[in-house]
Ligand binder design. Sequence first.
Ligand code: GH3
Ligand code: MG
Ligand code: MG
Ligand code: MG
Length: 336
Amino acid sequence: MSEDNQGSTQQDSNVTHFKVRVLLVDDQLIIIEAVRRMLDGHPDIEFHYVSNAAVAVETAVMMQPTVILQDLVMPDIDGFALIQAYRQQPSLAPVPVIVLSAKDDAKLKAHSFAVGANDYVVKLPDRLELLARVRYHSSGHISRLQRDEAFRFLRESQQRLADANIELQKLAALDGLTGIGNRRRFDEVLPVEWQRGQRERKPLSLLMCDIDCFKHHNDTFGHQAGDMCLKKAAAILTEHLKRPADLAVRYGGEEFAIVLPDTDSAGAMLIAEACRSHLEALAIDNTGAAVGDVVTMSIGVATVVPGPESSVEELMARADKALYAAKSDGRNRVCL
Ligand code: GH3
Ligand code: MG
Ligand code: MG
Ligand code: MG
């Protein structure tokens, strides 16, 4: 390592390695060449220059230097005005500016600092001194850039994690076999719809559906045929929902539930009957079953206008009771 290579930033596995990007703003080509020779050949430093002061600000905004070496006396605009202009630019405001001036003059130095310069060097300085000052002023800026990048990385990771959590929660509320909501979803939604019904004084209907003689179907045609039957039943229930707030879930095993907000018992009976007859019409073989030769479904319907004198539990108990009545009345029917 050469003696002036001390302080070159080290590669870090987590944070991007930033090079010191030097922008020299000077109208004299001879100075540009001299500074270039001083800075060239250092792997941690990238040298750029602009000789036309009129485009210095836009060049700097575009290339985002780590440090600016700023001449004071130029044809169109003086260095002080340029430093002030950098400070007006949000992306340049924190960039350190080292004045490179021909004059070793206390007033010029004081004024440079007053307009926002970070350092003042009489040109041409010794190569070692220039390198040391460039690296000294860059280190703070580079660690800010690295810190910003680390924060950005952290924020992005947190966002990715939050997105993944939302996805997981969605998955956790879905039934793996049928793809419709599961009991967890039902338990989330029913109380919410209850509250809404109470607020809006609208009836809330609940359908409990149970496939008839499903054990027979499974035993006769196999578990895979049973699974297919459950998928078809789930699809039928979903198909007959009319509004976005309506919800069909697999409550468990061969039982399904349908939540129908803002639906009275007549509307709920219509949907229940449509689902029941649709499944029967599919004529899925269940030869030998007690209820008939095709797969059918019994449905219990309950409706309430949610309020203090009733409860979610009571609504569920009434739907269960109606389902039990449908079963004991002979299955393949809808009961209220
Ligand atoms: P009922 O008409 O009185 O409702 O009689 P059932 O045979 O439908 O009711 P039972 O509760 O006796 O049997 C339900 C069957 O559903 C038993 C169980 O193996 C089957 N089952 C539950 N979950 C699944 C599943 O995910 N896939 C398959 N293929 N079968 C299932
Ligand atoms: Mg000049
Ligand atoms: Mg059952
Ligand atoms: Mg059953």
